[in-house]
Design a binder for this molecule. Structure first.
Ligand SMILES: Cc1ncc(COP(=O)(O)O)c(C=O)c1O
Length: 509
């Protein structure tokens, strides 16, 4: 099939658009979505939803925009040219100030795991709110103890000690602190393109320049080459743990990955040239989230963990986005790499939107905190633990890990077909409901699709009622990381919207 060219550069080369593919694989039911306009009948119809939102309670859109400008952080960004003013949610659906319904494909940045206002989680929180909000850990309370037991039962090996925080950044801060305390060493490694949080301590661990302020940061932290087989110098077409591989060439034989060997050489080079004999540790997301769903070659983390341990370092799996079954095949992303970390950092999906994070580690590492007093006022708060516990139950009861596997694989395979059709889809990757679609000007150059072009496509998807995420250093990766309760019909709708948005974008160019 002829490829549909996407970039402005390609426009300069004369060609005629091939016959547009038809959008046939979704059910049209106009009655289900009276709030959606149907532009020339090409806007896909949303799957129905029984839930009826209430009216907006709060200031008007204009007032909110003004308050935001004057009274909130200048660092805040809003998505879309006209921001979406959300005031209610129900499972995979969001509703704006005018009652328009959206399919949420980004889940509050990979945070709403079991669904917006999931009834079981809501009930657990309501029950706790009526009993007790807070005492802090100077007294005993049932919830933190019950939750620690339940949570650690989900982790393998000796990962049995929970240190609760309120966010992923706090948890990564603590993990970094513990790595240094435990090993008595200072130097730490993270990947370029990684995101681990925004505290001053972590700004060096996060290696995306767009998130860096010009302040001293990252002392003792070394960002190593990212083993990215799509964008990096060495490509691989058999080595991702994903139903979809890159379309880059490689000379690998079964079981041997040249790209992996080359990237491991780089890792080893960093150890040889830049680091002292003993190091504190190595942080890795099990799949990069903010960086754009980037996956490492199979086997990379296993070998890297060994190298780190040979230098006395500990290995930290940042599961803030990848945990709790989102990757489908495994409950934790690190399990899909066949590694055993010394610390696991969790947050986001853990609380389904309630501020909750943790480091889970071994008793030996956890014990280091007894060297001085350590305290976190809200860590393990009764409401947070009630929510966290109900989230674990909902994941089991609703079969969400399995759903991630099924719906995620469907998404990936369908996007892979679209990659064949559209020149501007450079890569499709991921696993479970953690999917990245990297947009380029053309497949050969892999030049990131310019921001304005990305915005044009993104606006179209929003107009049609789907809120996709965006990421990657150049902001050219669509991120599909919805609440894990999304259905196959929803996925079919989102895919149809994405295809239609590309067609409209191309037609306007
Ligand atoms: C992988 C990863 N680690 C850590 C963090 C920081 O978490 P928080 O924003 O809760 O501080 C994030 C946030 O996006 C993340 O994606």
């Amino acid at each position: 099939m002829a490829l549909l060219r996407c970039s402005k550069a390609w426009r300069k080369i004369s060609f005629s658009l091939p016959k547009q593919p038809t959008v046939s694989n979704f059910v049209r039911s106009k009655s289900a979505v009276p709030e959606m306009s149907t532009d020339n009948g090409t806007t896909p119809s949303m799957p129905p939803c029984d839930f009826k939102p209430g009216p907006l309670v709060g200031p008007s859109l204009d007032d909110v925009k003004q308050i935001r400008k004057e009274k909130l952080s200048a660092g805040l960004m809003t998505y879309y040219r006209t921001p979406v003013y959300i005031h209610q949610g129900h499972m995979q659906w969001l509703f704006d100030n005018e009652g328009k319904r959206y399919l949420d494909m980004f889940a509050g940045i990979v945070t709403v795991s079991v669904g917006h206002c999931h009834p079981k989680v809501n009930k657990a929180l309501h029950d706790q709110v009526d009993r007790l909000w807070h005492t802090t850990n100077i007294y005993l309370h049932p919830n933190i103890h019950e939750y620690a037991e339940k949570l650690t039962s989900k982790l393998p090996g000796n990962l049995k000690v929970c240190l609760f925080t309120n966010s992923g950044s706090e948890a990564n801060d603590l993990a970094l602190h513990l790595a240094r305390l435990y090993t008595g060493s200072y130097d730490v490694i993270s990947f370029r393109n990684a995101y681990h949080g925004m505290s001053p301590y972590l700004m060096g661990l996060t290696a995306l320049s767009t998130w860096h302020y010009q302040v001293p940061r990252g002392f003792g932290i070394h960002n190593t080459m990212n083993p990215d087989v799509y964008r990096g110098p060495w490509g691989g077409k058999n080595c991702r743990d994903s139903p979809v591989q890159t379309n880059r060439d490689c000379n690998c034989q079964a079981g041997q990955c040249e790209a992996n060997d080359m990237y491991l050489d780089q890792f080893n080079d960093l150890l040889k040239h830049s680091l002292p004999k003993r190091i504190a540790g190595f942080f890795a997301e099990s799949m990069q989230g903010v960086g754009g769903a980037v996956q490492y070659p199979r086997g990379f983390l296993k070998d890297a963990f060994e190298m780190v341990r040979s230098k006395g370092g500990v290995c930290i799996a940042d599961e803030v986005q990848t945990g709790f079954g989102r990757l489908g095949s495994h409950y934790w992303g690190f399990e899909s790499h066949d590694v055993m970390p010394d610390m696991v950092v969790i947050a986001k999906g853990m609380g389904n939107g309630f501020p909750l994070g943790a480091v889970i580690t071994t008793p030996e590492i956890g014990h280091c905190l007894s060297q001085a007093l350590h305290f976190n006022t809200y860590g393990g708060n009764p409401m947070a633990c009630a929510v966290g516990s109900a989230v674990l139950d909902a994941i089991e009861e609703d079969g969400l890990q399995q759903n991630c596997e099924e719906v995620g694989t469907y998404f990936l395979l369908e996007f892979a077909k679209m990659r064949e059709e559209f020149e501007c889809i450079g890569d499709v990757r991921g696993k479970g409901l953690m999917v990245g679609v990297e947009m380029v000007t053309d497949k050969k150059s892999r030049t990131p699709l310019p921001a304005a072009d990305m915005a044009d496509i993104w606006e179209e998807t929003k107009q049609m009622g789907v809120l996709f995420g965006k990421g990657g250093l150049h902001g050219n990766v669509f991120r599909i990381k919805p609440p894990m309760c999304i259905t196959k019909d929803d996925a079919t709708f989102a895919l149809a919207v994405f295809r239609e948005a590309l067609k409209r974008y191309l037609a306007k160019k």
